[in-house]
Design a protein around this ligand. Structure first.
Ligand code: IMP
Length: 423
């Protein structure tokens, strides 16, 4: 069977965790393909909110196997905490959670390097989550990284020491004072490594290949969003992996001709955490209302998310780069009560009107141009069917669907599993 993909189309935090959880009943395997503990996938059901960072969002379903793919970077310390948080739910991790031997490990010194690198950048900082993501992917592409499979070798501690020593020299090279106690960070790290060794490490590309061959279904779960992609995002204010559809092929070892549906998730407005350009950002009451009603605080760092109108230029770009076949619109309920809504339909780019995402979307080059929509007052959070949705809300949805040329198959009207309208 083909592998379906699920991706965020904006700057992350679109609600991927909730939708993977909703879709998991249709799949045998859920596989994460990139990113690491910088992600925070939120799932809500039975009155409990769960935040997952590295563990795939299918973990709460009895019949799904969850795979952490080779494209993911794993911090054993964060991973152990995540597993411990799930202890009350009696999940059989040994059979339900499989880890790729080719996934790279985040060492304590990767986190320190992240902090040092951001500190020297001063005002130009990326706004990283400081989870060690960038330095780990740098070691991967620099061919210095340590992979999960290394933990099965007797030489692994020696390999660790030599990389950590090298990192310490690099930290000293940065012209910033980073205070740390490596001994205690390492004690925590090695304890966590022993803990995660209880899980099954696999040759994940082979596992996924056999899974497909036997007719089982796989959903690949992305993290972050397309505008944070290392190649196609708002570089350098991006993460260090390919968050777009191609990342699922390299992050799982799935061939492009084996990809089926590409589910693209977007919020009815736009948010961004960290630094970087954001043409439709609001600094007024409307932005404040979106942040407050939408509870726009980072699920990994707790930072306030920047909020703004929907940017259709950027969204069309993400649909195109990913080859999205179905859209899912999240958080439409947050826009209830706005007198008027705006959608950015083109940019004034250095005096010229354009409808594609240009090389630079910095404020000095780009002014967003908007189309206005009448708002709606009704609370959407209890609605369960499309025909109950207000007319003005549906005008908004139908306009987006027409412009994006892809059907919107799910409308989410709240964080709970149940607050999901299938069209
Ligand atoms: P890093 O990947 O932690 O280094 O962060 C790089 C940029 O990506 C920063 O602007 C982060 O705020 C952003 N970022 C990383 N992960 C996420 C996420 O899961 N949601 C939203 N933004 C993220």
């Amino acid at each position: 069977m083909a592998v379906d993909l699920l991706l965020g189309l904006q700057w992350g935090d679109e609600g991927k965790g909730k939708i993977v959880d909703v879709l998991t009943k249709n799949y045998d395997v859920i596989a994460r393909f990139q990113g690491g503990p910088n992600a925070g996938h939120t799932l809500e059901f039975d009155g409990i909110k769960h935040v997952l960072h590295t563990i795939p969002s299918g973990i709460f379903h009895d019949n799904a196997t969850n795979v952490v793919g080779n494209g993911v970077v794993i911090d054993p310390v964060v991973f152990k905490k995540e597993l411990e948080n799930l202890e009350p739910f009696n999940i059989d991790f040994r059979s339900k959670l499989l880890i790729s031997r080719k996934a790279h490990l985040i060492l304590p010194t990767h986190r320190l390097l992240d902090a040092a690198s951001e500190a020297v950048k001063g005002k130009a900082k990326i706004g990283s989550t400081l989870k060690g993501i960038g330095p780990t992917y740098m070691d991967k592409t620099g061919r210095n990284g340590i992979r999960v499979g290394e933990l099965e070798l007797s030489t692994w501690k020696k390999t660790y020491r030599s990389l950590a020593d090298k990192h310490e020299k690099m930290i000293a090279f940065y012209d910033v004072a980073i205070e740390y106690d490596l001994k205690s960070l390492e004690a925590e790290f090695f304890e966590a490594v022993e803990y995660i060794k209880q899980l099954e490490f696999i040759d994940s590309e082979e596992y996924l290949h056999q899974t497909q061959k036997s007719g089982k279904s796989i959903l690949a779960e992305g993290a972050q969003g397309s505008l944070l992609d290392i190649d196609f995002g708002t570089y350098p204010f991006v993460t260090s992996s390919n968050t777009t559809a191609a990342g699922a092929c390299t992050g799982l070892g799935v061939a492009p001709n084996k990809i089926g549906e590409v589910f693209g998730i977007f919020k009815a407005y736009t948010t961004r955490v960290g630094s970087g350009p954001f043409p439709t950002e609001l600094f007024d009451q409307d932005g404040e209302t979106m942040g407050r009603v939408g509870n726009e605080f980072g699920s990994t760092t707790g930072r306030s998310r920047r909020c703004g109108w929907l940017d259709l230029v950027a969204l069309k770009y993400a649909v195109q780069v990913n080859g999205v076949t179905q859209l899912m619109m999240m958080k439409g309920d947050v826009l209830s009560g706005f007198e008027k809504l705006k959608v950015c339909t083109s940019y004034n780019y250095n005096g010229k009107v354009i409808e594609h995402l240009p090389y630079s979307i910095l404020e000095e080059n780009v002014t967003p141009m908007y189309k206005e929509f009448a708002g709606w007052k009704e609370d959407l959070t209890q609605l369960t069917a499309e025909n109950e949705l207000p007319e003005n809300f549906m005008n908004y949805v139908l306009f987006l669907e027409k412009e994006l040329e892809v059907p919107i198959s799910i409308i989410s009207v709240g964080p709970d599993r149940k607050q999901t309208i299938h069209r």
